[in-house]
Design a protein around this ligand. Sequence first.
Ligand SMILES: [Zn+2]
Length: 84
Amino acid sequence: MPGTLTVCQITVSELGDVFVLENELEHSFGLDMKVATHSLCNGNVYLKHSSATHHILHCNTCHIRVPVPVEVENFTQLANHFQQ
Ligand SMILES: [Zn+2]
């Protein structure tokens, strides 16, 4: 459903850190784009370039870094990646 704002929570670490996605699930990522909010610190989480195989989700407040494969290109794929 284009234009529908979907809120989705994903658990991204063994400690239980939760990122809250607040975007259209079909929306594609871009580097340096804000993709989530970190529920623990309320920081903004940005997608950063890391390597040929992985990007990094980086929280600008507590600086947690969570790797994701470069194949993850949109919010649906990100949610699926962490819910498996
Ligand atoms: Zn944080």
